[in-house]
Design a protein around this ligand. Structure first.
Ligand SMILES: NC(=O)C1=CN([C@@H]2O[C@H](COP(=O)(O)OP(=O)(O)OC[C@H]3O[C@@H](n4cnc5c(N)ncnc54)[C@H](OP(=O)(O)O)[C@@H]3O)[C@@H](O)[C@H]2O)C=CC1
Ligand SMILES: N[C@@H](C=O)C(=O)O
Length: 268
């Protein structure tokens, strides 16, 4: 158990590749000690060695399959017991992009277990300490597919819509505390998720102009964090689009509070 309060540790899930590996690099460069979480221990160990050499920070590897209850529990224990943890980046995620009718029950379950259940449990594990300290940063990585479903993304979009609603709710819940909660919504980003083996869709199938590098995505998200953004759309230039979307959502919700069927549902 690390009781030191002078060092700050960031726990990054899904740090063995793509967006998570870049978060790890950028946070190490900012002086954070790290705990790297994913299944591929060899990759985590190589990244840990590289980051320790480059930035002189302490990097621990926690190999865990976050679809498995016992492995999630090991990460929960670390989050509850290590008082140096000042940041949790809930980044690990899985996409299996195909129609639901062609999706196995296991693949649907994996996306729910990792994208929803693990993210929720790890958030619940760290928040009591953050609230008690009135400090700490939680970054939840969703996706633009949180607000857009495709014929091949019913489960994935559903899981990211959960991350969206969960994180927005948490932001309201924690508004009066010193805890920072950022929701990040990347669009297509060049990582291993875009492969036959993972999502089933290779990067080459995407429109080139729509693809951001993982480095640009994470740098934009961290700039958003530095600027106090609670919701970051790294690829969206017109901020007014989000303002209008959220205002429409709020108006629609207000319009539901009537207690009676809308006139079109009443018999003449
Ligand atoms: N790339 C994109 O276009 C976009 C990505 N995102 C989101 O960004 C996040 C990162 O994805 P990205 O970097 O693109 O994809 P990658 O496939 O490159 O990385 C996914 C990471 O999650 C880890 N992971 C996968 N399954 C498990 C598991 N069962 N237990 C623990 N860790 C696991 C992987 O490590 P390992 O295999 O070693 O366990 C890997 O480190 C995800 O939440 C994704 O949904 C959102 C929008 C767009
Ligand atoms: N991760 C991507 C899909 O696989 C996305 O969210 O766009």
């Amino acid at each position: 158990m690390n009781m030191s309060s002078s060092r700050k540790t960031a726990v990054v899930t899904g740090a063995s590749s793509g967006i998570g590996a870049v978060y790890a690099q950028r946070l190490a460069a900012r002086g954070y000690d790290l705990v790297l979480v994913a299944r591929r221990a060899d990759r985590l160990a190589a990244l840990a060695e590289q980051l320790t050499k480059a930035h002189g920070v302490d990097v621990r590897v926690l190999a865990a399959d976050l679809e498995k209850d016992a492995d999630v529990a090991r990460v929960e224990t670390l989050l509850k017991e290590d008082s140096s943890v000042a940041m949790l980046v809930n980044n690990a995620g899985l996409a299996r992009l195909r129609p639901l009718l062609e999706t196995s029950a296991d693949d649907a379950h994996s996306q729910v277990a990792l994208n929803i259940t693990a993210l929720t449990r790890l958030t619940q594990a760290i928040l009591p300490a953050f609230v008690a300290r009135n400090a700490g940063t939680l970054i939840n990585v969703a996706s633009v597919l949180a607000v857009h479903s495709l014929p091949i993304s019913a489960v994935y979009s559903g899981s990211k819509a959960y991350v969206f609603a969960f994180t927005r709710g948490l932001q309201d819940e924690l508004e009066t505390t010193g805890v920072t909660v950022q929701l990040v919504l990347p669009a297509a980003t060049a990582t291993e998720i875009w492969s036959e083996e993972v999502s089933g869709i290779p990067l080459s199938a995407l429109r080139k102009e729509s693809i951001m590098s993982a480095e640009d995505m994470v740098d934009a998200a961290l700039t958003g964090l530095d600027n106090g953004e609670t919701i970051t759309w790294p690829s969206v230039a017109d901020e007014g689009l989000w303002t209008a979307y959220d205002a429409a959502r709020s108006s629609l919700f207000a319009a539901t509070q009537t207690g009676m069927p809308a006139p079109r549902y009443l018999e003449a």
